[in-house]
Design a protein around this ligand. Structure first.
Ligand code: ZN
Length: 300
């Protein structure tokens, strides 16, 4: 529990906002379910939103929040009328999305993720001051992929796709083809301000914009979007989010092209007033800094 408090402190100090995923008291968290389509639901609790497919073929979940919440997540899944989790997809390696891996792995779930998710879980690392220890074997993805894979499951075609990442270097989206649902992982946090581009985990805002464009191209007005954090969203929400990010990136790039240093660019406040939530946990300066690093990495 201690490291969550530490994460909250660091996030507040470094980013100047509310840490949406750094929770100090898990005991008060309730896990609630919303049905999106028959056999397709989303679970809200603390940490990343969980996608669920359940039916005659079994149960598949997308992300698993924190280890302390596993029991409540399992109960919420049982309340849907679903059986034990057979498959668990990690959208990325962050502790608020993959924190329950060891519990679900030990309970018999087959864990799947992009190659870089397994690599980062094995190595451990630091995310906004939060130290994640190298994961035990039971928490590691057993099946990994580079581009993606497809489940033929519960009457739907469920595509797990790596579109180039952006939040990290291992972000998957999960698309229910027939139900017309897409889980975005943290490449989209709805009504949460700036995206978190985790440069230390291989994130890059150019890749993020590219991934968002691909999702926008494969969805329509009826698509239900499950964001990594925040309430359910639509394709137009995703488009508005992408436009906000692109506008911010363009403004930062213009200053960089003029030859300003990062310090001068920060002082110019190029993205002030642009984000869709002033309380989002990524402050303007943190976003500008991440964009700056992303452009450098892209050119380098
Ligand atoms: Zn994340």
């Amino acid at each position: 529990m201690r490291h969550y408090a530490r994460a909250a402190m660091f996030a507040t100090a470094l980013l100047g906002g509310t840490a949406v995923w750094a929770q100090q008291d898990m005991s008060q968290v309730q896990v609630t379910a919303t049905q999106i389509a028959p056999g397709v639901s989303v679970l809200f609790g603390s940490g990343g939103n969980i996608g669920v497919s359940h039916g005659a073929d079994g149960t598949l979940i997308v992300d698993d929040q924190f280890a302390e919440l596993t029991g409540r997540i399992q109960q919420a899944i049982a309340d849907l009328g679903a059986g034990q989790v057979n498959y668990l997809v990690n959208t990325h390696w962050h502790f608020d999305h993959a924190g329950g891996n060891e519990n679900f792995g030990n309970a018999g779930a087959l864990i799947l993720a992009h190659d870089n998710v397994r690599r980062r879980l094995m190595a451990g690392g630091t995310v906004v001051g939060n130290v994640t220890a190298p994961a035990p074997t039971a928490a590691l993805p057993v099946v990994t992929y580079d581009k993606g894979l497809t489940f033929h499951f519960n009457g739907d075609t469920i595509e797990v796709m790596f579109l180039g990442g952006g939040h990290t270097d291992g972000d998957s989206i999960v698309r229910w083809h027939d139900a017309n649902v897409v889980h975005m992982g943290d490449m989209f946090m709805h009504q949460s301000g700036w995206p978190f581009v985790d440069v230390d985990s291989g994130g890059n805002v150019e890749h993020l914009l590219n991934s968002l464009s691909q999702v926008i191209a494969m969805t329509d007005a009826e698509t239900v979007i499950i964001p990594g954090h925040g309430p359910l969203a639509t394709r137009s929400d995703l488009i508005a989010f992408r436009t906000m990010v692109q506008t911010g990136v363009d403004r930062v790039r213009a200053l960089k092209d003029q030859g300003l240093t990062l310090e001068q660019a920060l002082a110019a406040k190029p993205v002030e007033g642009l984000r869709n939530n002033p309380n989002g946990f990524i402050a303007d300066d943190a976003f500008v800094t991440a964009v700056w690093a992303s452009i450098d990495a892209h050119r380098g």
